[in-house]
Design a protein. Sequence first.
Length: 274
Amino acid sequence: MLSIRRLFEFYLNSSIHVGLAVSALVGITALEYDLNIPIALWFFLFFGTVTGYNFVKYAKIAKLYHHSLTDMLKTIQIFSFISFGLWVYFAFQLSIEVLLTVAIFGIFTFFYAVPVPFSRNLRTLSGLKIFVVSLVWAGVTVVVPMISASEVLDMDVCISFVQRIFLVIVLTLPFEIRDLQYDASKLKTLPQLFGLKNVKVFGVLLLIITQFLEGFKDALRLDYFGCLLIICVIMGVALVVSSRKQSRYFASFFVESIPIIWYGFLLLFRNFLP
């Protein structure tokens, strides 16, 4: 039982779970627009997510406490190094257009953790953290797959991009609510600036707008519309019940599982329902 618990902790702490969530969002885009995504892109984005998130989470810790790292953190470092190597390997199998697109969003990830010329990183700029994360996730999971498939970025894709930004913002809010008791006041996250109640109302409004925007797409798909509605309801409930004192795995496991659940629902609707 202890070994299973440790494996689960490693699964979460090494960002494998968030990597699968990003992969699921890529799959959702592929299903919505009938894209043929090369296997190299799947692996590239998965290992890139793992590498990027572990860099953001552990770079400073590893620098400060490199002589007394726990076994878990040392293992995560090794896993991150291997992931980085695989990320580079799969990068050589992608087109220059895809790599340039990824690089644009990768710059935001880099400066999210590394100080900009003004001795601050994007994470510490007031209220900006959540929007940086949502922009990068939306770009990687909507724009990059479309570029890879040589598809036109038409109005429907633009709507999907905006929807994905809104959805990732809502997905991130339970984390910011959880971290209220840990975040320094200078971060000025949305819950710090506007309070729990207002942030939850804001998130629910984003979900309503997201569903409303779906009706403006030229190629409206009922299976996708229905799955999106279900997921918006699940996200809304998760946001409303979020609190400062939430269970240990509520945000890091359940909330981050929502994109995977969404992808599963969409596959079910697409393949098993008439």
